[in-house]
Design a binder for this molecule. Structure first.
Ligand code: BG6
Length: 483
């Protein structure tokens, strides 16, 4: 299958923090791939803006190195790389001062799409926004892209929203949660709302429970200082897992449009019940044979920050009343595996004597090996009477579609192109982010008030024993974590 490339308008994209890790690792290599795919119209420009004293040539060479490191197989396209690098410029800028702003103003054109990517600490959002306006660089049509962490609690998120709202309309603000750019995450909506099979069963009459697992094998080494102030709750649950939960649980939007989708997601977050303390398990990874412990990685021997979290939550609405949602995420786990599993209820009555009915289970694999499988019950082949067995109807998207495109279209490239297109569907709205913090804050405050100490767990495991108990107590079990 040939990937369809939808053209975008000519643009000027300014990346503040253009020499930073995210820019080198994700944003620029992603744009390079979009360029090669023919999606960057002639005349479009990418301008790195940062404190370092560089000229265009030095910046182009820095990004060429980044492409070598993170560009994937496309990095071998030497001609393509040369043409892409020619679209890159650089401005040395002082986010809190005056240097560089006039230079930037001279570069930015009014008759093309303008996007400003704030790939910097949130404490600089206000400074950047103010200067973009003061120097008449941004217009009412410009777009600003901001990264997580979007605040560390409700109060700080509100302050950030207010700062941005002083200068920009909500329709200009693109808050990135890169999970929304993942192919299979969008597929959740296609599966739910593009098939007649699932939606009639997608409720508390037929669903027993839902599990969401985002397991990682990496530790926090290298970014321990940031992570130790966040923990799994702020780093993963408040944003990525919450977004997955919204997409799996929301009501069908009237159309696949930015406000219709985001209105429905917001309703889910607002309907989340507060979590009982005994429905949450926090963990911290121990040292392994060749890996450091969380506390060593975080360089904080007394850290009580969680690198793992498992929880049970409920959504108080007509559709989901009584259905538990089990969420877990952790670092240094057994395998890298992100999966959403919908476990349907068993049939009330089995007509096959001595054979209990086995539940249908739909698993959506987000990464790696994007795809889905549906466990169905069949007769065990061969003689010996009517014995039932559960087998997967397995569909790995790359096999089914015969296309490697799924693998290579990174979340960032898709999201950046959506910014240029002016499509906010896959970005978080300000009220969504605030609602997510409003749900998260009391949980974190409870831990702090109780001096909650995370349980240690073996690296390469599935987290602390208590996380297994969370489901065992309910007569259920987690899906196996396998990569
Ligand atoms: C980031 C978190 O937002 O997402 C990281 O800060 C985490 O801690 C990462 O490792 C996971 O992203 P992905 O795309 O690798 O699943």
């Amino acid at each position: 299958m040939v990937a369809r490339v939808i053209p975008v308008d000519t643009f000027d994209l300014v990346i503040f923090g253009g020499t930073g890790d995210l820019a080198r690792r994700k944003i620029l290599p992603g744009l390079f791939r979009r360029f090669l795919a023919g999606q960057m119209p002639d005349g479009s420009r990418i301008i790195g803006a940062a404190r370092s004293d560089l000229d265009d040539a030095a910046y182009q060479s820095m990004i060429s190195d980044a492409i070598d490191e993170f560009g994937g197989p496309e990095k071998d396209d030497k001609e393509g790389r040369k043409a892409f690098l020619a679209c890159l410029g650089y401005v040395q800028i002082d986010a809190k001062g005056t240097d560089g702003w006039k230079d930037l103003a001279k570069l930015i054109r009014e008759n093309v799409v303008q996007a400003f990517y704030f790939s910097v600490a949130p404490s600089l959002f206000g400074d950047l926004a103010e200067r973009l306006m003061k120097h008449k660089i941004a217009t009412p049509h410009s777009r600003v892209v901001v990264e997580k962490p979007f605040g560390r609690d409700l109060e700080s998120a509100k302050a950030l929203n207010k700062t941005l709202a002083t200068h920009f309309d909500e329709s200009q603000i693109y808050r990135i949660d890169h999970y929304l750019g993942k192919e299979t995450v969008q597929n959740l909506m296609a599966v739910r709302f593009g098939n007649v099979l699932f939606e009639p069963l997608w409720n508390n009459h037929y669903v027993d429970h839902i599990q969401i697992t985002v397991a990682e094998t990496v530790g926090v080494g290298g970014r321990g200082a940031y992570y130790d102030r966040s923990g799994a709750m702020r780093d993963m649950v408040q944003n990525h897992l919450m977004q997955l939960l919204c997409l799996i649980a929301m009501e069908p939007p009237s159309q696949f449009g930015a406000d219709a989708v985001r209105d429905e997601k917001l309703k889910v977050i607002r309907a989340l019940q507060p979590i009982e303390p005994h429905h949450i398990v926090r963990g911290q990874y121990d040292a392994g044979a060749d890996t450091a412990s969380y506390r060593e990685d975080a360089e904080n021997p007394r850290s009580f920050t969680e690198s793992f979290i498992a929880m049970k939550t409920h959504i108080s609405n007509w559709r989901w009343s009584g259905v538990p949602f089990y969420l877990r995420t952790g670092k240094r786990m057994k395998a890298r595996s992100s999966e959403i599993t919908v476990v349907f209820q068993s049939l009330g009555h089995s007509i096959f004597e001595g054979e209990e009915s086995l539940p249908n289970i739909l698993s959506i694999h987000l990464q790696p090996n994007e795809g889905m499988d549906l466990q169905v019950t069949i007769k065990e082949p061969g003689p010996g009477g009517m014995r039932l067995v559960s087998v997967p109807l397995d569909m790995t998207f790359a096999d089914a579609l015969g296309d490697s495109d799924i693998e290579v279209t990174d979340a960032y490239e898709r999201l950046i192109m959506d910014v240029i297109r002016g499509n906010q569907t896959l970005f978080m709205r300000g009220d969504e982010v605030e609602a997510a913090w409003a749900w998260t804050d009391p949980i974190i405050a409870g831990w702090e008030a109780r001096n909650d100490v995370p349980k240690t767990y073996e690296p390469g495991s599935t987290g602390p024993e208590d996380a297994l108990m969370l489901l065992h107590r309910d007569g259920r079990k987690w899906r196996e974590v396998k990569g």
